[in-house]
Write a protein that binds this ligand. Structure first.
Ligand code: SF4
Ligand code: SF4
Length: 116
């Protein structure tokens, strides 16, 4: 969580960066978060089978679902209450977005959590 003078960036009340961003949607690009063989998640074959998909190049990514194009590992309602069901094993890409950063603020705007 991060607080600024304007707002509080509480990931557990958000989930915007767990959804495919608009730029990717415009290109019908679904390879949002890569899961490499070095990822802690790769040591859990059942989770790999359930939560990931291979693209045409053989690269593994988290599956996205629904109109929100949200990661299948995300539980809850965007912008209200969410949690990552594989938090301790989440891939490196999930750890890269810093609450309150430019990418975070863009994702929140795109998903309607903050005003445009
Ligand atoms: S978009 Fe920002 S506040 Fe929302 S879950 Fe991601 S890092 Fe947290
Ligand atoms: S693995 Fe967790 S942190 Fe990463 S996109 Fe999915 S729900 Fe979000």
């Amino acid at each position: 969580m991060r607080e600024t003078a304007e707002r509080t960036y509480d990931c557990q009340a958000c989930g915007a960066c767990c959804c495919n961003p608009d730029e990717n949607r415009a290109e019908q690009y679904l390879d949002y978060v890569e899961v490499t063989t070095r990822s802690a998640l790769a040591k859990h074959p059942q989770l790999i089978r359930r939560l990931t998909v291979l693209n045409a190049k053989g690269e593994r990514h988290l599956k996205l679902k629904g109109a929100e194009q949200r990661c299948v590992a995300l539980e809850g309602t965007l912008g209200k209450r969410v949690s990552c069901t594989i938090y301790q094993w989440r891939p490196a890409g999930c750890r890269a977005v810093v609450p309150g950063s430019r990418e975070c603020r863009r994702d929140r705007r795109e998903r309607g959590i903050d005003p445009k």
